[in-house]
Design a protein around this ligand. Sequence first.
Ligand SMILES: NC(=O)c1ccc[n+]([C@@H]2O[C@H](COP(=O)([O-])OP(=O)(O)OC[C@H]3O[C@@H](n4cnc5c(N)ncnc54)[C@H](OP(=O)(O)O)[C@@H]3O)[C@@H](O)[C@H]2O)c1
Length: 243
Amino acid sequence: MLKGKTALITGANRGIGEAIARTFAKNGSHLILVARDIESLQKVKESISEVEVDIFSCDISKESEVKALFQKITKISKKLDILVNNAALLQSNLLGMIKKDSIDLLFQTNVYGQIYILQYASRMMKRNGAGSVINMSSIMGVQGGKNSSLYSATKAAVIGLSKSLAKELAPEIRVNVIAPGVVKTELISDLSQELLCEFENETLLKRIATPQEIADVALFLASDMSRFITAEVLNVDGGLCLN
Ligand SMILES: NC(=O)c1ccc[n+]([C@@H]2O[C@H](COP(=O)([O-])OP(=O)(O)OC[C@H]3O[C@@H](n4cnc5c(N)ncnc54)[C@H](OP(=O)(O)O)[C@@H]3O)[C@@H](O)[C@H]2O)c1
């Protein structure tokens, strides 16, 4: 489904980003994988044999690092067809416990980081006259979440950003959002068993998602199967948002 395409995926060394990388590889896309930790990226690269994989360490919250990243990317690829803006951090806290440092860190990573990447990636896509962008939000950005006002605010910002960019970058570039419910990855490793059970009970499908279930939706949005879909927020939450 992605033969001949080049895809940039941030946060690709584990969790949902890694599952998306493996799924895109099976579908023939050249991969450009980004995260801060290069050793785990190297392990992902070594375990993918189907396609060409390029890896780069980059802290997306730093504009200078994103600029340097794209200087390297333009040396290895003339075009970019797909962007999965996936990297993010989660912190849960009651409003009164949120420190300014946390606000800065979460917004710099989850929002500024996506914007920096989008500025450079959209330029490459425009030059090529086409592109599909998938920005990772969360069901918490759609409906909020307990003890998650800060994280939810960053993920709601991703939705506003994406809908505006869908208008700005059309008709050449499609911009869509995936809003997962709860997915079994390191991101939620600090959540208590009690809270996880609560999420499972509140989810109509009575379980949390696997990273692959998010990757399958990313494949759909990245491919021509979704060629008439833009500015869409796809909740992939097993029905959690209805509760
Ligand atoms: N898991 C869930 O339940 C869930 C639910 C809804 C939405 N999501 C969203 O899905 C996406 C992926 O989450 P996940 O569950 O796969 O999380 P994860 O396993 O914690 O992975 C997060 C990824 O982001 C990268 N990252 C974090 N900060 C970065 C930075 N400053 N620069 C570059 N890379 C950075 C991490 O790599 P390094 O640490 O090496 O940089 C890692 O690859 C996120 O946007 C998350 O908000 C997840």
